[in-house]
Ligand binder design. Structure first.
Ligand SMILES: Nc1ncnc2c1ncn2[C@@H]1O[C@H](COP(=O)(O)OP(=O)(O)OP(=O)(O)O)[C@@H](O)[C@H]1O
Ligand SMILES: O=P(O)(O)OC[C@H]1O[C@H](OP(=O)(O)O)[C@H](O)[C@@H]1O
Length: 188
C-alpha cells in the first residue's frame, strides 16, 4: 500500500524543525521518513539540517526535475527531493517541513496528504524568533507579518488537519504529534 505524505506547516519559529528533530527517533522507529530539504540558505545558518545550495544550483536541480515540491518564501527557495515519490510508492509514510503558501499545490499533487499545523501564541513566537537570532530584527518582523496572510485559510474542521499548539514544552508537542498520527493510522 502506498505511504502517506504528512505536510507539516506553521509560522516561521513555531517549532517545525525542533519538532521534527525531537520526534526523529520515534518516527524512524515507526518507519516514517523525514525528508531533508534543499534550501538556498547559507550552510552556516543555524537550525535544520538542510542541503544548502546556491540559487543557480537550485535552478539547475529544478530544471532537471529533481524536486517533488518546491516553493519560494522569505526570499529563499525550498525544494523537496523527488525521492519521496519512491518512498511513498514503497509504502513509507513521509514527513515534509512544508509551506502554508504552497499547500494548495501540495494537496493537488498528493490528494491524500495529512496536514499538521503547528501554532504558537504570537508573543511567544516573537520571543522565540528573536532568541533564535537566525534572521535580522527586520526579517523577523517580515516573517511575523507574513502570518496574517494565512490566518483564516485553514479549515479547523477539516478531518485531515491535525492542529498542535507548541506554546508549551516541546516534549508535550512531540507526544501529541505521535498520538494524533497514530489515531490517523499514519506513522503508526
Ligand atoms: N516548545 C518549545 N519551547 C521552547 N522553545 C522552542 C519550542 N519549540 C521550538 N523552540 C525554539 O523556537 C525557535 C524556533 O524553532 P524552529 O527553528 O524549530 O522553528 P521553525 O518552525 O522550524 O522555524 P522556520 O520555519 O523559520 O525554520 C528555536 O530557537 C527553537 O529552539
Ligand atoms: O510561510 P510559509 O509559506 O508557511 O513557509 C515558508 C517557508 O518558510 C519556512 O522556512 P524557514 O523559516 O526559512 O526555515 C517554512 O519552513 C517554509 O518552507
Amino acid at each position: 500500500m502506498a505511504g502517506r505524505l504528512i505536510y507539516l506547516i506553521g509560522p516561521s519559529g513555531s517549532g517545525k524543525d525542533s519538532l521534527l528533530d525531537a520526534a526523529r527517533e520515534a518516527l524512524a522507529a515507526r518507519d516514517c521518513r523525514i525528508v531533508r530539504r534543499v534550501i538556498t540558505r547559507s550552510a552556516e545558518a543555524k537550525g535544520e539540517a538542510a542541503q544548502a545550495v546556491s540559487v543557480e544550483r537550485f535552478d539547475e536541480l529544478q530544471a532537471q526535475g529533481a524536486f517533488a515540491l518546491s516553493w519560494s518564501a522569505n526570499g529563499l527557495h525550498y525544494g523537496i527531493p523527488k525521492e519521496i515519490d519512491q518512498w511513498l510508492a514503497d509504502g513509507h509514510d513521509v514527513l515534509v517541513n512544508g509551506s502554508r503558501g504552497h499547500l494548495p499545490q501540495a494537496r493537488s499533487r498528493y490528494p491524500s496528504l495529512w496536514v499538521v499545523l503547528l501554532t504558537v501564541d504570537q508573543a511567544v513566537l516573537r520571543d522565540r524568533l528573536l532568541s533564535r537570532a537566525r534572521e535580522s530584527a527586520e526579517d523577523i518582523e517580515t516573517r511575523l507579518a507574513r502570518n496574517a496572510q494565512f490566518a483564516d485559510d485553514l479549515q479547523v474542521s477539516d478531518p485531515s488537519l491535525i492542529v498542535l499548539d507548541n506554546s508549551g514544552a516541546l516534549e508535550q508537542t512531540v507526544a501529541r504529534l505521535l498520538q494524533r498520527l497514530a489515531r490517523a493510522h499514519a506513522c503508526a
